[in-house]
Design a protein around this ligand. Structure first.
Ligand SMILES: Cc1ncc(COP(=O)(O)O)c(C=O)c1O
Length: 361
């Protein structure tokens, strides 16, 4: 609510600066919007309430600005463990810039607890970065188990919760120290805002470094984007539950289709991470799935050309269903199999999506 007018919708504060009082103080301690803005705070309070555990939240200009703020708040020489399967933009940034930043980054299979346990270097590993379900194979990491391992080795755990959203998984409840979002995806949900967020279980000096990075590097969103984000979040639960239901219906319908070599979806009992997902996700297994074409990359291209309801586009988490050839998007260095198509399920009628994919296959 807007306390000034009584309006149900909050107002936007576009001001970049705030007036100083004659005594040198500021009315609400705000000086300049690169540091603070009331419209960011509205979305931050909402997201912090959703992630729970009394956490604090800072909005960023994009998911990548949020993710890199965490890495850039580490110190040269710090050892970082990162999920082997994860959103390629983070992997690419780490590959290109971590070295110049002096970070010692090691990719590891975070779904293999034995391998992970031996990868920690006590006293040197400062951060474990996990994405679950992870792009684009939807591998599942057991958050409670990896948090125990990391904490025993003195490392923080950051979880990219973009795909699960707090509707399905609240990583702080499993022991995570930091949660990161591309708010561009489900949180906003309408494919019209670029934004990100970092949340912390507790305000500590590392959190102050992340906030200081945002302020001093200017990694903030515009107030209009922050306003649109809080508007999108009002329908988050409806959209995510609908996407989950339809994704499960599609995965179930196509799991034995003769044209498919695999349907990758953690909601299917045959998925290797299904049991863990059933434990740590509540209310659904997410709106993302991938299919692998038995006919190989050529058939994947044909299917991509033939769909009519699915939109051929990158990104995820919007109200419209998307289909994408991930290996082509990621480029020649991509580890994603060339026979894989990634689907982001929107809020259309499930029957229309099933019929569209059936026809295309
Ligand atoms: C899981 C995940 N994390 C982070 C990002 C980066 O977010 P943004 O595009 O908002 O910078 C993305 C974008 O696709 C993503 O899918």
């Amino acid at each position: 609510m807007d306390p000034a007018s009584g309006g149900l919708a909050p107002v936007i504060s576009p001001s970049t600066n705030f007036e100083q009082l004659p005594d040198g103080s500021y009315q609400q301690n705000r000086v300049y919007t690169r540091a603070d803005n009331p419209t960011y705070e509205h979305a931050e309070r909402l997201l912090a309430a959703l992630e729970g555990a009394g956490c604090a939240c800072a909005l960023f200009a994009s998911g990548m600005a949020a993710a890199t703020a965490v890495f850039q708040s580490l110190l040269p020489g710090d050892h970082v463990l990162v999920s082997r399967v994860l959103y390629w933009g983070v992997r690419k940034w780490l590959a290109e810039f971590a070295l110049t930043w002096g970070l010692d980054v090691e990719f590891t299979d975070t779904s293999d607890l034995v391998a992970l346990a031996s990868a920690f270097r006590p006293g040197r590993t400062r951060l474990l970065w996990v994405e679950t379900p992870a792009n684009p194979m939807w591998e599942i990491t057991d958050l409670a188990a990896v948090c125990d391992l990391a904490h025993a080795a003195g490392a923080r755990v950051a979880v990219d919760n973009t795909v699960a959203t707090p509707v399905l998984t609240r990583p702080f409840e499993h022991g995570a120290d930091l949660v990161v979002h591309s708010a561009t995806k489900y949180l906003n949900g309408h494919s019209d805002v670029l934004a990100g967020a970092v949340l912390t279980a507790r305000p500590d000096p590392f959190w102050e470094r992340i906030r200081s990075w945002r302020r001093n590097a200017g990694a903030v969103p515009g107030s209009f984007e922050a306003w649109l984000l809080q508007r999108g979040m009002r329908t988050l639960f409806l959209r995510v539950h609908r996407s989950c239901e339809t994704a499960l219906a599609i995965a179930t319908h196509f799991r034995d289709h003769p044209a498919l070599a695999a349907v990758l979806y953690p909601g299917l009992a045959a998925h290797p991470g299904h049991e863990i997902a059933a434990r740590q996700m509540s209310g659904g297994f997410g709106g993302m799935l991938s299919i692998r074409l038995a006919g190989g990359p050529g058939h994947a291209t044909e299917v991509l050309r033939a769909v009519r309801v699915f939109k051929r586009a990158t990104s995820l988490g919007g109200v419209e269903s998307l289909i994408e050839h991930r290996a082509a998007t990621e480029g020649p260095s991509s580890p994603v199999p060339a026979d894989l198509l990634r689907l982001s399920i929107g809020i259309e009628a499930a029957d229309d999506l099933v019929a569209d994919l059936d026809g295309a296959l």
